[in-house]
Ligand binder design. Structure first.
Ligand code: SF4
Length: 81
């Protein structure tokens, strides 16, 4: 379900976030390390993201109990159909 509004944000330094190349600002993704990243990809257009429309952050099933930024990205990105 949708993460509680007070759930902590995923930190880029969290071990799982770091291993997935998570960046709170998708513009800062390491494009050399993650060549499949394409400009415009971000959590809010990922199938794993759940949030109210227009929210700045939401839940991601990869990071239970935490929130990811709508404008973030990680290498598990999967574009919504
Ligand atoms: Fe964002 Fe999708 Fe990665 Fe979750 S899986 S952090 S929603 S890009």
């Amino acid at each position: 379900g949708i993460a509680k509004a007070d759930a902590p944000m995923v930190q880029e330094t969290d071990s799982q976030a770091a291993s997935l190349g998570y960046k709170a600002d998708a513009a800062k993704v390491d494009k050399v390390k993650y060549p499949r990243f394409a400009t415009g990809q971000q959590c809010s257009s990922c199938t794993l993201y759940q949030a109210k429309a227009g929210a700045q952050s939401g839940a991601c099933s990869i990071f239970p109990g935490k929130q990811v930024a709508a404008k973030a990205w990680c290498s598990a990105y999967n574009k919504k159909a």
